[in-house]
Design a protein around this ligand. Structure first.
Ligand code: NAD
Length: 345
């Protein structure tokens, strides 16, 4: 039986993976994968990792030397993997779609909550404070919402927005001709949107797509939603925009420096990240701890697809969900697999 090191394990991971596992011995570690913890994978054939694990070149080299052959990401995003360093050493597989609905619905839930100030209203009524001052929101209907990234999650988000009778503007590096949406330039999206929601991956091109310059182009009173990756937003620029009133509200499921913090309980600790502390303290900001994926359906799909990915590798089959630096954006995947019969290398 193959042994798999499972990093950054949470109770719900164990529950859903144990339900579908028949073929592997999982070694569950609560630690995140890093240069300091990679040695835990000694004696293991594969690794299962998540969004805040660091699969950097030194970690890849350590795993390779330990005889690990595959890193199965139990996520769609893989910006935390140095895919170039992994090439020819470790096969990297992922779960490309486990429930785009889960993330799109969470993004919309955050948007509705920040607009109608549900977070404020909830704490008020728990304290028997039934006043409404300061809770004025706006109608969604008729507002213009700009969606950056129209892949699986972005498309569902657009459909939800249309259900609210909103005008949708979209930007994508690769516009989808089959999608009934008004694609515009990034600048036009910034200039015309009342709300901007991010659904693109974190890449060199998209890093800090929301920055001082782009915020300057936006409408006064814009609301920003980010359920994609923290690095898409330059946090200090966001904070300045919120403080000077240019940005009406921000709803964030991800944060640039989340890796050391998210998924853990620091309620008895003084957080040293001043930007995060300030963001959390603002009344017009809601932060959730990267929980967009956290539905029963998504967890079940993540476990099942990860198991299939491992089975494909150990049965010497075609790796359906493999990625490498040559096919990173997913578009060249067929070509890459085709050239190499069934795997990226
Ligand atoms: P996807 O691959 O289906 O879609 C991504 C879209 O972004 C594609 O249409 C692609 O063409 C577009 N894109 C790529 N580069 C771009 C650029 N420079 N500018 C604009 N668009 C660009 O991915 P998805 O399943 O819709 O997921 C989107 C992102 O959501 C993931 O990359 C991940 O970071 C994030 N995510 C978050 C959670 C969560 O729990 N919060 C869960 C899953 C995914």
């Amino acid at each position: 039986m193959k042994t798999i090191a499972f990093f950054d394990t949470k109770p719900y991971d164990k529950e859903y993976f144990n339900q579908v596992n028949q073929n592997y011995k999982f070694k569950y570690f609560e630690s995140k994968l890093s240069e300091n913890t990679a040695q835990l994978a000694k004696g293991c054939d594969g690794v299962v990792a998540f969004v805040n694990d660091s699969i950097t070149a030194p970690v890849i080299n350590q795993l390779h030397e330990l005889g690990v052959k595959i890193v199965a990401m139990r996520s769609a995003g893989y910006n935390n993997v140095d895919v170039k360093a992994a090439f020819q050493k470790l096969h990297i597989v992922r779960v490309p779609a486990y429930s785009p609905n889960a993330v799109a619905e969470h993004a919309f839930a955050l948007l509705l909550a920040i607009n109608r100030k549900i977070h404020k209203a909830y704490t008020r009524t728990r304290d028997f404070n039934f006043s409404l001052s300061g809770l004025v929101g706006f109608d969604m209907a008729g507002k213009t919402i700009g969606v950056i990234g129209t892949g699986k999650i972005g498309q569902i988000f657009i459909n939800i927005a249309k259900g609210f009778s909103m005008n949708v503007l979209a930007y994508d590096l690769y516009p989808n001709k089959n999608l009934d949406v008004n694609y515009v330039s990034l600048d036009e999206l910034f200039e015309k949107s009342d709300i901007i929601s991010l659904h693109c991956p974190l890449t060199e091109e998209t890093k800090h797509v929301i920055n001082e310059e782009s915020i300057a182009k936006m409408k006064k009173g814009v609301t920003i939603v980010n359920t994609s990756r923290g690095g898409l937003i330059e946090s200090n620029a966001l904070l300045n925009g919120l403080k000077n009133g240019k940005i009406r509200g921000a709803a964030l499921d991800v944060y640039e420096e989340e890796a050391e913090l998210f998924f853990e309980d620091f309620s008895n600790t003084i957080i040293k990240d001043d930007v995060l502390a300030l963001l959390v303290s603002l009344p017009n900001v809601i932060i959730t701890s990267h929980q967009g994926f956290l539905t029963e359906e998504a967890l079940s799909n993540i476990a099942q697809t990860t198991m299939n990915n491992l089975d494909e590798y150990f049965n010497d089959d075609k790796l359906t969900n493999e990625i490498c630096y040559q096919c990173m954006d997913g578009r060249a995947a067929y070509e890459c697999h085709h050239q190499n019969k069934k795997r990226c290398f």
